[in-house]
Design a protein around this ligand. Structure first.
Ligand SMILES: NC(=O)c1ccc[n+]([C@@H]2O[C@H](COP(=O)([O-])OP(=O)(O)OC[C@H]3O[C@@H](n4cnc5c(N)ncnc54)[C@H](OP(=O)(O)O)[C@@H]3O)[C@@H](O)[C@H]2O)c1
Length: 240
């Protein structure tokens, strides 16, 4: 088992990509703290993780609330003692042209998709730096690399996610801590269904495709600097 006895804190782990990453890590022996807002989805994932013989710690958390983030990190540390791997995956996508975006929508996009990651990183870093060991995997997007129409707020957040990742690698290399940003194109999940209900997703990636790459990153030597990975399916749709 590649992650036997390790611990991971994964946000947005109730469904979609986060749930798949949680299950992929659990299959490799990793204990998982999983955070999201919907208790039923968290509990469902926790049951499936526990069935794999590792500990699942479901924590109800709204990542736009700083007090929820503090409680999530402290509950995880109280239970597991330390965090080996942080996966900042929680996110939402609401697409609109810039001229229709309200300040509240802009701020919400940044809060959910990147400010939460910054705060979770700050929460786990002291322990990782003391232990001189740690891995941070940020689930970004192809929109963090290139602009797409109606995705200015989401894209600004994901560009910031990539920048945060690169800064972390420059600042933390002496601590044996590595950060990675994973930038998928279209993945067939609730997020993409809500944001793009009319797009044909039959050729899009599945959450398991992203989980497979996240597992690769989680097990990569910390001597390897892999800042950003871009992923898409070889399909006719250039946005997929
Ligand atoms: N699907 C795609 O095409 C695609 C492509 C590139 C990147 N991504 C990225 O992949 C990540 C996961 O998305 P997904 O496609 O798997 O979507 P999803 O199935 O809708 O899952 C999103 C997860 O994030 C959680 N979440 C959302 N807002 C939250 C909040 N305020 N507080 C706590 N948790 C919150 C959700 O749980 P609750 O609603 O219960 O809180 C859910 O568990 C996102 O960062 C997204 O930007 C997705």
């Amino acid at each position: 088992m590649k992650l036997k006895g390790k611990t991971a804190l994964i946000t947005g782990a109730g469904r979609g990509i986060g749930r798949s990453i949680a299950l992929a890590f659990a299959r490799e022996g990793c204990h998982i703290a999983l955070a999201a807002r919907t208790p039923t989805e968290l509990d469902h994932t926790a049951v499936d993780i526990s069935a794999l013989g590792v500990t699942a710690l479901p924590i109800v958390c709204d990542v736009t609330r700083t007090e929820d983030i503090s409680r999530t990190v402290s509950t995880t540390l109280d239970t597991f003692g330390h965090v080996d791997i942080l996966v900042n995956n929680a996110g939402e996508a609401r697409f609109k042209p810039v001229y229709q975006l309200s300040l509240e929508e802009w701020t919400q996009a940044l809060n959910v998709n990147v400010t939460s990651a910054f705060l979770f990183v700050q929460g786990v870093l002291p322990g990782m730096m003391t232990r001189r060991s740690g891995r941070i995997i940020n689930i970004s997007s192809v929109t963090g690399i290139k602009a797409l129409p109606e995705q200015a707020a989401y894209g600004a957040a994901k560009h910031a996610m990539n920048s945060l990742t690169k800064s972390l690698n420059l600042e933390l290399r002496d601590y044996n801590i590595a950060a990675h940003a994973l930038c998928p194109g279209g993945v067939d999940t609730k997020l993409s269904q809500d944001a793009m209900p009319h797009r044909d997703k039959s050729e899009w990636m599945q959450p398991e495709d992203i989980a497979h790459t996240a597992l690769y990153l989680a097990t990569l030597s910390s001597h390897m600097a892999v800042d950003i990975i871009s992923m898409r399916r070889f399909a006719g749709d250039p946005l997929a």
